[in-house]
Structure formats: structure tokens, C-alpha cells
Design a binder for this molecule. Structure first.
Ligand SMILES: NC(=O)c1ccc[n+]([C@@H]2O[C@H](COP(=O)([O-])OP(=O)(O)OC[C@H]3O[C@@H](n4cnc5c(N)ncnc54)[C@H](O)[C@@H]3O)[C@@H](O)[C@H]2O)c1
Length: 455
């Protein structure tokens, strides 16, 4: 009974903790919705006025499974609000979470200008003790820089703590990952901050790892670099499989049965993209170069990935004697399924290369309606996958959306002018494709050319 009473008092106190999240992008918005779902009151801040206007109208700025329903539910319950007013958010909150972008600078380093500018403003607006939490991916030592920035910019000297709390969600499954993550990493050397942060996450029922800020910052880069390494490794195995006539899917399945390896991140394809792996691997190299360290493995991971993105064009130019004047259907623009994110998507490299060769593009993605309008102006965007394959000389499948797995492949080949199908994500069986009459190329397997020769 007494235990229950203590639990209820602790829960009440926890629910009273007000959170502000600065940056309502993939990380900030999803985190805000999940904190609200767990009972916290969250003020979301963004300097993008249009985004906040849309969010106040219940219009989602990003595509993410389950986001809209959960967001609207928590908005109705008054646990979520959206504003551009950072001063209001800081003064009304006990914990301020920074979730702004840390994109790549042209020299490969992480651009910390958004984190720095938000920090300076938080410092100016502070009106009592605050915990400032950094969720953005930042190089080791940033927590110390943030402490200094706050001290330098405070108008009145209020007490504060800065915690590093890296984010591990994956776009496409971001809500699920936040609610059921493998671990929550809290990097702080301060006991008061440690206690409050542990309470904040207590009802997420996940392993809470308490560590130093430096460890927390390094954990995020190490995790992303390791996952990127797994992808580039299996892509290299795929390239060798194509030469020796082995099947990378079979090999990945069997090596993945070894618990030390695990089957995750062993799908060969046309390279990783997105807002994290490309920039975080480069930032890690640049950051360690600053200490005179040559991070050879990660350098190779990037090189392999860049090369892998060119595989569909290599296969296309081998299959079509000339790309000039031909029309290529592109299935998928997002860097992976279940997201609208096209940042560093392999589709960008592929479209760029086809256009350089004089080819025309017809493109379809279930969610992305156009890609980098500034860079590409002459793409024909269509409304269905069948429209994208109609009268084309070849098809390149870039993103493994479920919708593409369900395509009527007999209908597809009838609609096409040619019969070349390049499957960048190995979602079809080459034996079936060959029987249907396709000249089918996939990644890391005996493709149709090999199959024809070996029959
Ligand atoms: N996207 C992911 O899958 C993912 C996963 C883990 C970690 N991360 C890291 O989380 C951070 C955020 O990533 P994201 O993908 O959510 O970025 P994002 O670009 O989707 O969102 C960033 C948001 O911050 C806002 N913003 C920028 N400057 C601001 C300012 N001064 N005041 C208020 N708002 C401002 C932008 O308008 C934008 O809405 C990055 O460091 C990223 O590396 C991303």
C-alpha cells in the first residue's frame, strides 16, 4: 500500500515535469509525441513558422507510421502544444531537449550552428534551474561546449545541467523504436540531472544506461558507423557473389544465424542513404582526424557505399547499349521504405546519372511526390507504379516499399516497352522474373545474364 502511494506520488511529480523540445523534425516531433503519450506535457518549438502553423492545424510535416493519430490524440488532451516562441517554451519548462539538425558541412564536419544558436537563446531566456538535453547527434566534447555557451550567454546566473541523450530511432519505425527501444543512454556527470532524467524515462520500461557525456556522444557515432559498416560489408560480399556465381541473400541468411553476427543490417542493395549514416560516418572521420587519427575502416565503408550507388547504372548501361533518349522507370524515391525522407537517397545518384547519360525519367514513390526540385526539373512524376513502368525501356527499383512487392509482374512487363528490370533491393525471385520474360538484374546474385549462360 505504502509502495503504491510512493509510486503514485512519484508519477504525479514526473507528470508535472514540463518538457520543451526544440526542433520538430523526425526526431523532435516523434520524441515529443512519445513523451506526451507517456503522460508528460510537451511544448514543441520550431523556427519554421509554416511547420508550426501546419502542426497547429493537425497537418503532419513528415510521414511516419502512427504519428498523426498519436499527435492529434495528445494535442486534444492538451499534453502537446506547438509554437515558434522559444522564450515561452524555455520559461515554462523544466527540461529543454535540443533536437535540431546537425547536417554535414562541405568539409565533412558536423555543422553545429543550429545547436549553438538554440543554446545561446535558451541561455538568454532561462528564468530558473533547467536541464538542457542534447538529442542531436554531435561530436564528442559538444556537451562541454554547450555548458560554456550557456555560461557565456546567460543574462542572470541560473543553475543548469547539460545532458547528452543520443537518439536511436529509425525513420519508418520511429514511434515503435521510441516506445520499445533497446536502451536509453543518459550522459551526465551530475547526480541531480541523472535523477531527473531517470525519472523522465522511467515509464518507458527500457534499459536506462547512465554514463558520461563523452561516452554518450561517442556511443551514437560508434553505433551508426558500425551499422553502416555492416551494410557496406554485405554489399562487398554481394559484389563478389556476382563474380563467383553465389547468392548473397543465402549467405546473409546463414551467417546471420550466428548470434555474434545477427541477421539485422545484412540486406545487400544499392547503398545506404538518409539523414544519418552518410553524414555521421563522415563527421566521425573528420572529428577523429582532428586528433591525428586515421579511421581507415569507416573511410572504406563510405567509399564502398558510393560505389554501390552506381551499381544500377552499371547494370543499366551493360543491358542497354545506349541510354540516350531511352525512358527509365524509377520505383521508389525515399532512401528507405515507410518514410518520405529523400536525404542522400540512392535515387538521387541514379536519377542524376541517367540524366547525364541523356535518359528520360518516369518516377513513382508511394509517399514522396517529388525529389530535389532545384536539382532535377525534368522528371515525370506519376501517380501509380504501373504508370511509372508504362512504355519504359527499363525499370530500376530503388526502394523496397511493400507496395512494390505486391506488383502484378505479368502486367508490368506487358506495360513496358523493353524488358530490363534492375532490382536494387532484391525483392523478387530471379527464376520467376526470368520465366516472365524479364532481363532481370539484382544485387549479389546470379542475375538473368548469368542464368541464361548457365542454363
Ligand atoms: N532522422 C533520424 O532518423 C535521426 C535518428 C537519430 C538521430 N538523429 C539526429 O537528430 C537530429 C535531428 O535530426 P532530424 O532528422 O530530426 O532533423 P530535421 O531536419 O528533420 O529536423 C530539425 C528541425 O529543427 C528545426 N530547427 C532548426 N534550427 C532551429 C532553431 N534555431 N530553432 C528551432 N528549430 C530549429 C528545423 O526547422 C527542423 O524542423 C540530428 O542531429 C540527427 O543527426 C536523426
Amino acid at each position: 500500500m505504502i509502495k503504491l502511494l510512493f509510486y503514485l506520488i512519484a508519477k504525479r511529480r514526473l507528470l508535472k515535469v514540463k518538457i520543451a523540445i526544440v526542433g520538430t523534425g523526425y526526431v523532435g516531433l516523434v520524441s515529443a509525441v512519445c513523451f506526451a503519450e507517456k503522460g508528460s506535457r510537451v511544448i514543441c518549438v520550431d523556427n519554421n513558422e509554416e511547420k508550426i502553423k501546419q502542426l497547429n492545424k493537425g497537418i503532419m510535416p513528415i510521414y511516419e507510421n502512427d504519428l498523426e493519430d498519436m499527435l492529434n490524440k495528445n494535442k486534444c488532451s492538451k499534453r502537446l502544444e506547438f509554437t515558434t516562441d522559444l522564450e515561452y517554451a524555455v520559461q515554462k519548462s523544466d527540461i529543454i531537449i535540443i533536437a535540431v539538425g546537425t547536417p554535414m558541412l562541405p568539409n565533412g564536419h558536423a555543422d553545429l550552428s543550429q545547436v549553438e544558436s538554440v543554446t545561446e537563446n535558451i541561455a538568454k531566456f532561462m528564468n530558473e534551474y533547467k536541464i538542457i538535453v542534447n538529442k542531436s547527434t554531435v561530436p564528442v566534447g559538444t556537451q562541454k561546449k554547450v555548458i560554456k555557451l550557456i555560461r557565456d550567454n546567460q543574462i542572470n546566473e541560473y543553475d543548469f545541467d547539460v545532458v547528452s541523450n543520443p537518439e536511436f530511432l529509425r525513420e519508418g519505425t520511429a514511434i515503435y523504436d521510441t516506445m520499445h527501444g533497446d536502451r536509453i543512454v543518459i550522459g551526465t556527470d551530475n547526480e541531480r540531472a541523472r535523477k531527473i532524467m531517470t525519472k523522465l524515462y522511467a515509464n518507458f520500461n527500457q534499459s536506462i544506461i547512465l554514463t558520461s557525456p563523452e561516452n554518450a556522444e561517442m556511443i551514437k557515432y560508434a553505433a551508426n558507423a558500425f551499422l553502416a559498416t555492416k551494410i557496406s560489408f554485405i554489399n562487398e560480399i554481394a559484389n563478389i557473389c556476382e563474380i563467383v556465381g553465389a547468392d548473397v541473400q543465402e549467405i546473409a541468411k546463414i551467417i546471420g544465424m550466428d548470434k555474434r553476427i545477427s541477421p539485422e543490417f545484412l540486406s545487400a542493395g544499392i547503398g545506404f542513404g538518409g539523414a544519418c549514416f552518410p553524414k555521421d560516418t563522415k563527421a566521425l572521420i573528420k572529428f577523429t582526424e582532428g586528433f591525428g587519427y586515421d579511421f581507415k575502416i569507416v573511410k572504406s565503408v563510405i567509399e564502398v557505399n558510393e560505389n554501390q550507388k552506381t551499381k544500377p547504372i552499371e547494370k543499366l548501361t551493360n543491358a542497354l547499349s545506349c541510354v540516350k533518349g531511352r525512358t527509365i522507370g524509377i520505383l521508389g524515391l525515399a532512401f528507405k521504405p515507410n518514410t518520405d525522407d529523400t536525404r542522400e537517397s540512392p535515387a538521387i545518384t541514379i536519377i542524376n546519372d541517367i540524366q547525364k547519360l541523356g535518359g528520360k525519367i518516369k518516377a513513382y514513390d508511394p509517399i514522396v511526390k517529388d525529389i530535389d526540385k532545384i536539382k532535377f526539373d525534368n522528371i515525370e512524376y506519376v501517380d501509380t507504379a504501373y504508370d511509372a513502368v508504362k512504355d519504359v525501356d527499363a525499370v530500376i527499383l530503388v526502394t523496397e516499399w511493400d507496395e512494390f512487392k505486391q506488383l502484378d509482374l505479368k502486367k508490368v512487363i506487358k506495360l513496358m516497352k523493353g524488358n530490363i528490370f534492375i532490382d536494387g533491393r532484391n525483392i523478387y525471385k530471379y527464376t520467376k522474373m526470368f520465366k516472365l520474360g524479364y532481363e532481370y538484374y539484382c544485387i549479389g546474385k546470379k542475375d538473368s545474364q548469368y542464368y541464361k549462360k548457365s542454363r
